[in-house]
Design a protein around this ligand. Structure first.
Ligand code: BDP
Length: 714
């Protein structure tokens, strides 16, 4: 009998955990798991004092209500009082509203709070959340809620946080027709047709989620820009979004098409030095600010991949950026000018072109321009060394552009924890001012004393119910916000917090899932592009392997341009003897990376051309090492799948199954990558697969012929 009851309970247990479609992201506010926990927090949550009045205070009040209702399962209503009475055990008030005695005791700490920062301090039986601005107070509230979500002891709280980076933005590559370039989670969440009349709840939840991780800006349109967004028809709609975002501390930015003066008003030129063009941008800026008084500014992709730009008029990137910057300057706006500038007609190695073009312009940009640089010199590959511009432009603020959407990393069906790769870049040493000059210090402005600092993430959000396609894509959005707030943040802690807030506090789940997450990045690199291989994906949609991609209009969009496999060797020689891209880095890196014996294996074929039969430090030939890494990647994906299977019943079945089915896809695609790449490269090496590497499932021809229609995101 006992056994029957136990088995019944085991079967029912997962069913008792409510289905969850993931819409609430990390703001699940999971109910307290037992009476003791509930009693502990209830004391604090029953009476809260929230002092002050503003739209942001309204947001704070609402968020507290949502959270408390969910924590306590609607059983206890919280009394959130706005009167300065000594009732609440949680006190949320700007520094000016704090009672005198508290203010005096916290005076020293309060001085350290900067504009968007906050202090959470347990003091004499109460918790004080305080800030100098409404938005700081909102951030403090979310931070307090996070501590409750992760069940921290409140008596220990003494947290003073200021963001290390000023501009923390999402970049949506969303088109006005709602398709999303490189978007794999459905259509654009911006329903331009229904705006401004209809404000979808999702816009509000979007703002909540972003504010909860400190994101304070969003560029809502594709960098391959449509000039129409700058017309009154769309400005009215953008203004409606800006109104939604404002109480959450989020500014709206728009992408500006460089030849908009020609497209919208038939000017004969878009030459940035032409007075008529300059006057056009001035007038346009004034018009935009009449709709959106706190408009953040422009994000611009120019002279790249068919986008118009200053090159068309023989002008520099600085000339282009400055014209737009002058137009928004009187209103406090900025210009984020992308450094992703390259051209197939320029004969140099593609990865050198941005540096060659921008470095000489250091110091030539207006003070409200920030140059936005991708993490690596090519294009969001699974692994790239850091972009050599970081550290090379002391007189021009540079901001980071990471890609949260996984264009080159399996797209939405692969679980790969992106913060692992971001951390690798952020901690890279540029040696610009000697050892310790990390990318992260370039970004936070401390290395070169930048007056503007920023980090942008290309959004992975769409209309999918769970926002990001893969449930774990939410972790990348979350981690991006956290790293933009503080690029030194610990990613182990970020991942753990996200798992706890999103799924369950059960440590057996959290620890196992964290292990999967933190191993996922290296696994993916192994089954896609081990040893520094890059740009070997299928043409155009970039889904799946395509090391054979060659020919066509643009050599720099092929795979053969990058791997250069021949019967003797493989890899791109970027040393002094080759393209000398290595020369764009500090001497310290030249020494280490310039030598195939000392370069870390991850970058080997990025910088060197290596014979197939060369013995590496591992004792394997290059060919064997490559094959073994591909195999290791596949085994890693299988391991992820196996470990995940063990977690059934620990979270809701809905999300468990969703992730399981994506892991099945991931394993199959990892095998596809391995088999296709090894068969293709094997034609050159003519070497047998080493022991331990499985034979490919099909002949090479099968992979060459493998085509799918309507892959999303193009
Ligand atoms: C590449 C994408 C392309 C983008 C481009 C960019 O393939 O769709 O337009 O980057 O960043 O990764 O501008």
């Amino acid at each position: 009998m006992y056994r029957i009851i136990v088995s019944l309970l085991l079967i029912l247990c997962p069913l008792l955990i409510k289905a969850n479609d993931g819409y609430k992201l990390w703001l699940q506010y999971l109910p307290f798991e037992n009476k003791a926990v509930a009693d502990y927090y209830r004391d604090y949550l029953e009476n809260i004092t929230l002092i002050g009045e503003s739209p942001t205070h309204g947001v704070i009040r609402k968020e507290l209500e949502i959270a408390i209702d969910s924590f306590l399962e609607g059983k206890t209503k919280s009394n959130i009082s706005s009167k300065n009475i000594n009732s609440g055990l949680i006190w949320i008030a700007g520094t000016v509203d704090l009672p005198q005695n508290i203010k005096a005791s916290l005076a020293e700490r309060i001085k350290e709070i900067k504009e968007e920062g906050y202090l959470i301090k347990y003091f004499q039986g109460k918790i004080f959340v305080t800030a100098n601005s409404d938005i700081g107070l909102l951030y403090g509230t979310f931070a307090l809620l996070k501590n409750i979500q992760t069940r921290k002891s409140l008596e220990d709280l003494d947290i003073l946080e200021n963001p290390k980076i000023q501009l923390r933005l999402l970049n949506h590559w969303d088109n006005l027709n709602r398709t999303v370039e490189r978007g794999y989670a459905g259509f654009s969440i911006w329903n331009w047709h229904r705006l401004p009349g209809h404000i979808d709840q999702q816009y509000i939840d979007y703002a909540r989620a972003n504010a909860s991780i400190g994101i304070n800006g969003t560029s809502v349109t594709n960098v391959n820009a449509n000039a129409l967004v700058l017309t009154p028809e769309y400005l009215e709609k953008a203004a409606a979004l800006a109104d939604v975002f404002r109480p959450y501390g989020i500014k709206i930015y728009l992408t500006a098409r460089f030849n908009a003066p020609m497209m919208l008003d038939s000017l004969p030129t878009a030459d940035p030095l032409d007075p008529l063009v300059q006057a056009w941008w001035m007038k346009k800026a004034k018009e935009i600010y009449s709709y959106i008084p706190d408009f953040g500014g422009f994000l611009v992709k120019a002279d790249s991949e068919g986008q118009p730009g200053p090159h068309n008029y023989g002008r520099t990137q600085a000339d282009g950026a400055n014209t737009l910057a002058d137009a928004v300057k009187p209103f406090g706006g900025i210009v984020m000018w992308r450094a992703f500038v390259y051209n197939e007609k320029t004969p140099t190695d593609r990865i050198k072109q941005a540096y060659d073009e921008f470095k000489p312009l250091d110091g030539k940009f207006r003070d409200n321009v920030i140059v936005q640089v991708k993490n690596g010199p090519l294009d969001f590959q699974p692994r790239e060394p850091f972009h050599p511009l970081f550290g090379a432009m002391p007189n021009t603020p540079l901001m980071m552009e990471f890609q949260i959407t996984k264009e080159y990393l399996g797209q939405e069906t692969h679980w790969v924890n992106l913060s692992t790769s971001w951390k690798e870049i952020l901690q890279s040493d540029t040696y610009a001012k000697g050892h310790g000059s990390t990318v992260s210090k370039v970004l936070d402005g401390s290395l070169h004393n930048y007056q503007l600092t920023g980090m942008a993430g290309v959004s992975n959000i769409g209309t999918d119910r769970n926002w990001t396609g893969h449930h774990t894509g939410q972790a990348d959005w979350y981690a991006f916000g956290k790293l933009a707030w503080n690029p030194e943040s610990n990613i182990d802690g970020i991942t753990e917090d996200w798992l706890k807030m999103t799924f369950t506090l059960d440590p057996s789940f959290v620890n196992a899932a964290k292990k999967i997450a933190l191993n996922s990045y290296e696994t993916l690199v192994n089954y896609m592009t081990p040893l520094g291989l890059h740009h070997i994906m299928a043409r155009s949609h970039h889904w799946g392997p395509g090391p054979w991609v060659t020919g066509g209009g643009r050599d720099d969009w092929t795979a053969t341009y990058y791997h250069k496999a021949s019967k003797d060797s493989i890899g791109f020689d970027r040393t002094e003897k080759g393209s000398n891209a290595i020369g764009q880095y500090a001497q310290e890196w030249n020494t280490v990376w310039g030598n195939p014996e000392t370069i870390p294996m991850e970058y080997l074929l990025w910088f060197h051309r290596i014979p197939w039969n060369k013995k590496l430090s591992t004792g394997n030939t290059l060919w064997d090492e490559m094959a073994l890494r591909y195999q290791k990647g596949v085994e890693g994906a299988r391991w992820m799948q196996k470990e995940w299977t063990k977690l059934e019943g620990k979270i809701d079945q809905e999300r468990f199954d969703h992730i399981s089915s994506f892991l099945n896809i991931q394993v199959k695609e990892a095998e596809w990558w391995r088999d296709a790449c090894l068969l293709y490269f094997g034609q050159f090496s003519k070497m047998a697969l080493p022991a331990g590497v499985e034979n490919p499932k099909h002949e090479l021809q099968y992979y060459l012929n493998f085509k799918r229609n309507f892959v999303p995101g193009i």
